[in-house]
Design a protein around this ligand. Structure first.
Ligand SMILES: *Cc1c(COP(=O)(O)O)cnc(C)c1O
Length: 365
């Protein structure tokens, strides 16, 4: 029998979350963001749940090939555009749309031999200072692209740095609006936080929204709002089982570094899940975990293959009991991945992407 750890992808939750995002932007089309192998869920595994999207956006050309191999004929966009000139050949062959964020990418397009002009998304750096043309140089880039026979339609996009936080998006929105005012073309601005928190503004919804994390069921602005506030359902459950128990006496310690000391008799369970499965090592005593759907806490340190949990709230639990590390537990219980991420000093995005190759995946409802 394999180790009992398992990641389950919930197709119905993906469908629900996608519909939820559409409700926030009913007039916009939706990019399903499937970069990083669909935030670690697996492109092939999420496809059924997300096939209602209007297009799929990702970064890696191999991932784009996988979308086409699934039979998806609709839009596929490369969010960072091409990395070298020959990538454009694959764009032509697979009919990929691509971001253009720098002069070098325009140079490559200008030298590219294609029979089918490319649909491109010209990216503005409106303040994030990652990818994109500065507001001062954006129009010149547009004019240059517009003159190329290799280019068909030019859409306009930018990305928010603080859609989830206090600074907000007004400063970037204003820059983008000013510079693009009289330019034709479709617009795309909002990620999950942009749409959920600022989607009341039609300029944020624009023509295309780009929700990633919300589609996978995590709140983009946790802990200000949790996933139930946004009506999102976990698209991934990481589960395992108890493979051993110990009875601690007062003064007994648990695990490496003896970081936890029992102050009263305590029954603990040993769970087959550790940092080599992608569980964050920085989680410590107190991190929530479900045993048979009942909320309890981790005690001691995370080790490579195991964690240890307090069994006090679940006296009937024992060898083989079901453990939910995050996601959906038995009896309708939910443990949001956001809580585990926070306890581990990181974000849900990282946990989703870091589920280790040794963890088997299944697709469920
Ligand atoms: C990843 C990404 C998104 C999705 O962001 P979420 O916070 O996951 O919704 C949107 N746009 C771009 C350009 C991205 O790279």
């Amino acid at each position: 029998m394999p180790r009992p750890i398992l990641a389950t992808i919930h197709t119905a939750a993906l469908r629900h979350n996608l519909a939820r995002m559409r409700r926030s932007a009913p007039d916009a089309r939706v990019w399903g963001i499937v970069k990083a192998n669909a935030y670690g869920h697996g492109i092939e595994r999420v496809f059924d749940g997300l096939r209602g999207a209007d297009g799929f956006a990702l970064l890696d050309l191999h991932e784009a090939e996988r979308m086409r191999a699934l039979g998806w004929r609709g839009p596929v966009m490369l969010l960072e555009g091409v990395f070298e000139a020959r990538d454009l050949e694959l764009c032509s062959r697979l009919g990929l749309w691509h971001v253009v964020h720098c002069d070098q990418q325009i140079d490559m397009l200008a030298a590219h031999k294609t029979h089918q002009p490319h649909r491109v998304f010209l990216k503005m750096n409106s303040g994030m200072n990652r990818l994109g043309f500065s507001p001062q140089r954006f129009r010149a880039a547009w004019t240059r692209l517009d003159a190329l026979p290799q280019v068909d339609e030019i859409s306009l996009m930018t990305h928010f740095s603080d859609a989830d936080g206090d600074r907000g998006i007004a400063h970037q929105l204003q820059v983008f609006a000013e510079v693009t005012r009289d330019l034709p073309g479709e617009r795309s601005l909002g990620n999950s936080a942009g749409v959920l928190r600022h989607g009341g503004d039609p300029a944020v919804r624009a023509d295309w929204i780009r929700p990633g994390i919300a589609v996978y069921g995590s709140s983009p602005d946790f802990p200000v709002h949790d996933s139930s506030h946004w009506e999102l359902q976990p698209a991934m459950t990481l589960s395992s089982r108890i493979i051993g128990m110990q009875m601690l006496a007062p003064g007994d310690t648990v695990g490496y570094g003896s970081s936890f000391t029992a102050d009263a008799p305590l029954r603990i369970g040993v769970v087959a899940c550790g940092y080599a499965d992608g569980y964050p090592r920085h989680c410590s005593t107190g991190t929530p975990v479900l045993v048979e759907g009942v909320r309890t806490r981790m005690v001691g340190r995370v080790s490579m293959d195991m964690i240890t949990v307090d069994l006090t709230p679940v006296p009937d639990a024992g060898f083989g009991s079901d453990v939910t590390l995050w996601g959906r537990g038995p009896h309708g219980a939910v443990l949001p991945i956001d809580e585990i991420a926070r306890a581990g000093g990181t974000v849900s995005y990282e946990l989703m992407c870091a589920v280790a190759p040794r963890v088997p995946f299944v697709v469920g409802e």
